[in-house]
Design a protein around this ligand. Structure first.
Ligand code: COA
Length: 373
């Protein structure tokens, strides 16, 4: 049986923060901190904070803006964190709400109703609560009879979810499966950390997978192969968790949000991912020359350019490796799926493409696809 991705969906929050707005808020915070601590700084007891710059952000990452669920408090130098009013248990949670919007978009694209879908996987970096699973809430809101579970493989959650869904359909455990990636990355970003305050944005994506024989719509892609890899690293880490309350003295430390050694990540992940892409293609009897397009994880433009050069042997043009991180920033698991969603309809039947994710873990995933309709 062949498995196809027959629909994709995207929910983009209404608000966006430009680099200029972000840096203005960050620098206001820095000036205030340095002013409030000027005596301690003069005595060498406290280190003065340094300002951020729009030029650095764009040059180091390629990011120009990011969509966010809540802008006002994120840009308030006294808060620098989104604020979401607590919802009652009778209301849809905010993560499920975003997921439902992306899922509806994907179901429409695949021409599927709730009756056609048997399972919902919510695959993302940050789950809003311990239980019940967000996927079961999404399943309920969409009126799907079946099962759902949540999974977290950080930035690689979408490709890991796609492989899990494809395997479950092949095994006969479901006919069609929704894989949903709601990412409120601003909730785990330290907006007071100069090295990383610009990195993330918010979004939700979704894909519908099913037996290729029952595909009804245009713009569908058969999965030729999936490959996953993990290799332990502390270079991207977030120690937030349910046991934080058992060590209250460190529960509010910086490592309870996203932290990374960006340079090391860059150096170690580029070869891991480019080798993985080349060997996966080889094992499928293909080469990089056969690829019309790569929808790469969207964390850093320089990183993607280097991976493309290693795989293709030359600089990619924007048709070969489309970029969305300039507008969306890093949206964790959703990045490669946003690129796939936006840049696939111009491809012809028979064209090959590659969805590729990488991130914390380390984790990486490749999905090789061929357009079938
Ligand atoms: N504004 C101005 N300057 C800044 C700055 C900011 N916001 N942040 C850091 N700098 C400075 C540093 O102080 C340093 O100055 P120095 O050379 O005088 O010491 C210089 O810029 C370079 O800093 P560095 O952290 O080495 O930058 P970089 O070129 O490695 O870029 C990243 C940083 C994070 C963009 C880059 O390493 C990266 O993208 N890595 C991969 C990250 C990734 O993919 N993570 C996956 C997340 S899921």
């Amino acid at each position: 049986m062949g498995i196809a991705i027959s629909g994709t969906g995207l929910y983009t929050p209404a608000q966006s923060i430009s680099n200029e707005e972000l840096v203005e808020a960050f620098n206001a915070y820095v000036r205030k901190f340095n002013d409030q601590n000027k005596d301690a700084i003069a005595k060498g007891e406290v280190e003065a904070l340094q300002e951020s710059s729009v030029e650095f952000i764009e040059k180091a990452s390629g990011i120009k803006a990011r969509y966010v669920v809540e802008k006002e408090h994120t840009l308030d130098p006294d808060i620098m964190c989104p604020r979401f009013p607590e919802r009652s248990n009778d209301e849809l949670s905010i993560l499920a709400e975003m997921g439902v919007l992306a899922a509806r978009d994907a179901m429409k694209a695949a021409d599927k109703t709730a009756d056609d879908i048997d399972a919902v996987l919510v695959a993302c970096s940050n789950l809003q609560r311990a239980y019940p699973a967000i996927s079961i809430e999404v399943q309920d809101a969409l009126g799907i009879d079946g099962f759902g579970f949540d999974m977290n493989v950080a930035c690689s959650s979408a490709t890991f979810g796609i492989q899990a869904a494809a395997d479950m359909i092949s095994a006969g455990n479901a006919r069609s499966i929704l894989v949903v990636n709601p990412e409120i990355c601003t909730g785990h970003l330290n907006f007071r950390d100069r090295d990383s305050h610009f990195i993330f944005g918010d979004v939700a994506t979704a894909v519908v997978l099913e037996d290729e024989e029952v595909v009804k719509t245009r713009d569908s892609f058969k999965i030729l192969g999936t490959r996953l890899k993990t290799s332990f690293s502390n270079n991207i880490r977030n120690n937030f968790g349910f046991l934080n309350r058992t060590a209250p003295e460190t529960a509010g430390d910086k490592d309870k949000l996203f932290v990374q050694e960006g340079r090391k990540v860059f150096k170690e992940v580029v070869p891991l991912v480019s080798d993985m892409i080349v060997s996966h293609l080889e094992d499928l009897g293909k080469s990089a020359h056969d690829l019309k397009r790569m929808w790469l994880h969207q964390a850093n433009k320089n990183m993607n350019d280097l991976i493309s050069r290693k795989v293709l042997g030359h600089d990619p043009d924007k048709d070969q490796a489309p970029v969305i991180l300039d507008e969306y920033a890093n949206t964790s698991s959703a990045g490669s799926i946003i690129a796939f969603h936006k840049y696939k309809s111009d491809m012809g039947v028979g064209d090959l493409g590659l969805i590729c994710s990488f991130g914390a873990g380390y984790s990486a995933g490749t999905v090789v696809v061929e357009k079938i309709s």
